[in-house]
Design a protein around this ligand. Structure first.
Ligand code: ADP
Ligand code: MG
Length: 362
């Protein structure tokens, strides 16, 4: 097992490659974009994800295929899976691509979610609002990311206008969760069922995009076990191999699942410096059939995302023990361009370093 094919060649693919190359693995990516971030760590087949000839070329080369992007067509994963092992399994991709199916899947495993209703037209929306109340969040069932494809509906808003903004197409209305904070679970499962779970990350979003993560989350004794138990159940139900992420709301009554991603996650970038084995390395180890490394935290870590504009790298690195990761992308508003991480032996020093780092990045 030497050659890893990856669908998607963004920054996640790049960091997967950066983690796997020291293990002697080789990477080839499939992505429609010109000059994507992962081109630095392997060759790229430039084609749409549904291109059968391109998928076949990847299957011919690869010993195993994985993905770094959850919106690839399930048909593409199944096409590949007929020829080469594909991890995580296509069922995980399917369960996470549709917010309605995803919530049903969580519920079926006894994992709490916000109350929700399918919305297929303006009349459905009026009926769903009557049942769930306001505020509520209307989302497209498919293809949403970084807060795109969703609107909060507040008392006094015109449902028809919100429908116009997001429809037509299949939508979901979710009750608004009154959360204390947002945390995420990242876990890994190997082919033999070995399971590992990183400490919870505590996440803050800005304009719908992750801005800041810190791990281990503070005061998490009451929720960490429930989260790890849910990850274990989700992953064994899906016969999962690789890294899985679940975003949670912490409420007064416990954890409520928001969404899952069948891949490495932005809130886990801090595991590169902040854990014994990073999410990227363990993902690669899992799909390549290698033993997993420990997910134990190395002290206290924190990450700030670089979105839209690049900071002066020298100013970021002038701070003591800051690690800068740039993705080689051209700046554009709302685009993730990089991240920077700090790690300290105690929480108070980490918090101070993270605040300073936050202030140095626009
Ligand atoms: N039902 C909800 N109640 C309260 N806030 C929500 C709800 N759904 C989403 N949000 C807020 O919007 C953010 C983005 O929504 P999410 O469903 O995670 O979509 P995305 O795929 O864009 O990350 C969440 O991190 C949270 O801050
Ligand atoms: Mg999210």
């Amino acid at each position: 097992m030497k050659r890893i094919g990856v669908l998607g060649a963004g920054q996640l693919g790049r960091m997967i490659g950066l983690a796997g190359i020291p293990l002697g693995l080789e990477f080839r990516f499939l992505d429609p974009a010109e000059d994507p971030p992962a081109a630095a760590v392997g060759s790229v087949i430039r084609a749409p994800f549904h291109d059968a000839a391109a998928l076949d070329a990847l299957a011919d080369w690869a010993d195993v295929v994985t993905y770094e992007f959850e919106n690839i067509p399930v048909g593409a994963a199944r096409h590949l899976a007929a020829r080469v092992p594909v991890w995580p399994p296509a069922e995980a991709l399917e369960a996470s691509q549709d917010r309605l199916e995803e919530k049903r899947f969580f519920r079926a495993l006894g994992i709490p979610t916000a109350p929700f209703r399918a919305v297929n037209g303006p009349e459905d929306l009026v009926a769903a609002i009557a049942e769930l109340g306001l505020p509520a969040v209307l989302k497209t069932r498919r293809m949403g990311y970084d807060g795109k494809g969703q609107r909060v509906i507040r008392p006094g808003d015109d449902p028809a206008a919100v429908w116009e903004a997001l429809g037509p197409g299949a939508l979901i209305l979710e009750g608004f969760v009154d959360f204390r904070r947002e945390v995420s679970s990242i876990a890994v499962r190997a082919i033999d069922g070995t399971f590992g779970c990183w400490a919870l990350s505590e996440n803050v979003h800005r304009d719908g995009i992750l801005r800041r993560s810190a791990s281990p989350a503070t005061d998490a004794a009451g929720i960490a076990d429930a989260a790890a138990d849910a990850m274990r159940r989700l992953m064994s139900t899906l016969n999962y191999v690789g890294v899985l992420t679940v975003e949670w709301f912490e409420t007064a009554t416990g954890l409520v699942a928001n969404e899952m991603a069948p891949r490495v996650h932005n809130s886990g970038h801090l595991t590169i410096e902040g854990a014994e084995t990073s999410q990227f390395e363990n993902h690669v180890r899992a799909v390549a059939g290698l033993p997993l490394g420990s997910c134990a935290p190395r002290g206290y870590s924190g990450m700030i995302n670089i979105v839209g504009v690049e900071p002066d790298p020298a100013a970021v690195l002038a701070q003591p023990d800051v690690h800068l990761h740039r993705y080689g992308k051209s700046p554009r508003p709302g685009r993730k361009l990089g991240h920077a991480t700090v790690r300290r032996d105690d929480r108070a020093s980490r918090d101070a370093a993270l605040d300073r780092l936050d202030a140095s990045i626009p």
